[in-house]
Design a protein around this ligand. Structure first.
Ligand SMILES: *Cc1c(COP(=O)(O)O)cnc(C)c1O
Length: 438
């Protein structure tokens, strides 16, 4: 490692004090639960700055970052072109609450990548995108029930906080308090990768299901790819039953490949939800579909949806600059190769240490489970050794690698990572696997 000291400096004085101070005024010391290190224990590290593939904490330590702000940092942190675009936009005003051309430009660019999608609405978070998409398909079908998969996460809208994976799973709250039973009961659950279970739901609730909502590659219970035929079956079931298929590509969109997993799989959903990468680190998300469907949204149609800061010029500029970098020839091939190399290295190092490990990746998304069984759904993910993950997480953090602070999360590789960083992570993992082998 070129700078920063590994293992021997476990002092986190600054972060410990900062967390104590934060905890007096912020709920749980954080503004999003997983940041509190609840699943892995210990003190959250406070970030001073981040650049390229690195995060620097306020204790002066540097880490190779494999979280990337949970996905958005696909070109690395503070990429000069993205920062310049944001600065230029900011100088002309942060938000107008009125139309600007950057909205149209980003819309055109995103829609050009999604076959069959003609119109888009920008919002400020993935939660908002999926919540609005559910309202849309309920209106368009005149039906109320939604099918979702156990362990898939779609943000914190009431009806979707049912068996919602990562944050909720980590904190032992499968269903959030404060969600009325009457709302939760409209959400029907099926195990991920189980199209037969969805077929049974359609048999029981034939004309009541507005649509099926799915993470085409699950990333909120760890990295869990779809089985061959799973998404095809969902497409066919929706078509047979007059229901809409909604791909929540908030995580996978422009992350696993240009456009998203729908481009790789060739399966076209009726509605796509996007977020994370399309804002390049600013709060930007969106939902998109055919013109006839999207025209249900206000002001074209009767489904109300709005946002004071939606489509603000700074967010649009960050998204445009980021996606323009992602368009470069070979961008996703290179990410895919790096992620693969990382997972191959981790698998090998775990084997050498006698630690059972499942490891997979696609594009700039990857993940490991401490399990000797393949992980295809949430029950499998839960059966992995999460206590060992917690110890591994800290062993890696001590060696200068910033992993997600919970075993139900995916890892993210950026275009700023090079083979050198990947090799350093693998070397740290080899030591860390040995440290957690018993
Ligand atoms: C992150 C995520 C969301 C929620 O997005 P926020 O911007 O955090 O509200 C929804 N769906 C999926 C698949 C996600 O990964």
């Amino acid at each position: 490692m070129t700078s920063s000291q590994p293992a021997q400096s476990p002092k986190v004085t600054g972060s410990a004090e900062a967390f104590e101070r934060a905890s007096r005024v912020l709920v749980g010391g954080v503004n999003s639960p997983v940041r509190a290190f609840g699943a892995v224990g210990g003190t959250p590290r406070f970030v001073d700055h981040a650049a390229g593939p690195f995060i620097h904490d306020i204790d002066g330590r540097r880490y190779i970052d494999l979280v990337g702000s949970w996905g958005p940092a696909i070109v690395g942190h503070a990429h000069p072109e993205v920062v310049a675009a944001v600065q230029n936009a900011a100088e002309k005003g942060l938000s107008f609450g009125a139309c600007c051309e950057a909205e149209t430009e980003l819309a055109e660019l995103i829609l050009s990548a999604l076959p069959g999608h003609e119109k888009i609405r920008f919002v400020n978070s993935g939660s908002e995108a999926v919540m609005s998409a559910m309202r849309l398909i309920r209106a368009a079908t005149g039906r109320s029930r939604i099918v979702k998969f156990t362990g898939n996460y779609h943000g914190h809208a009431d009806s979707l906080l049912v068996a919602a994976g990562s944050g909720a799973a980590t904190h032992g709250v499968p269903n959030s308090a404060g969600v009325p039973d009457s709302t939760a009961s409209l959400t029907l659950l099926a195990p991920y990768n189980d199209a037969d279970a969805v077929e049974k739901l359609f048999e029981t609730y034939r004309d009541e299901i507005a649509g099926v909502l799915v993470e085409p590659v699950a990333g909120n219970m760890g990295f869990v790819p779809p089985d061959d035929g799973f998404l095809e079956s969902l497409r066919a079931l929706c078509d047979q039953n007059g229901a809409k298929l909604v791909f929540d590509e908030v995580m996978t969109g422009f992350r696993v490949g240009w456009g998203g997993y729908q481009v790789i799989s060739g399966i076209q959903p009726d509605v796509t939800c996007l977020g994370k990468v399309i804002g390049g680190g600013m709060p930007v998300a969106a939902f998109a579909g055919s013109a006839s469907l999207m025209d249900w949204i206000s002001p074209a149609g009767p489904v109300y949806q709005s946002g004071t800061l939606s489509g603000n010029p700074v967010g649009m500029a960050a998204g445009l600059a980021t996606l323009n970098l992602c368009r470069a020839d070979g961008f996703y091939e290179s990410l895919d190769r790096l992620s693969r190399r990382l997972m191959d290295g981790m698998r090998e190092a775990a084997r050498d240490a006698g630690v059972p490990l499942q490891a997979g990746s696609l594009g700039g998304m990857a993940g490991v489970f401490f399990s000797d069984q393949p992980v295809r759904n949430f029950d499998d993910a839960r059966a992995a050794d999460h206590d060992r993950y917690g110890r591994f997480f800290h062993a890696m953090l001590d060696r200068g690698v910033w992993l997600p602070p919970a075993g139900y999360e995916a890892c993210f590789v950026s275009a700023a990572h090079t083979d050198a960083e990947i090799d350093q992570v693998i070397a740290a993992a080899a030591e860390s696997f040995r440290a957690v082998a018993t």
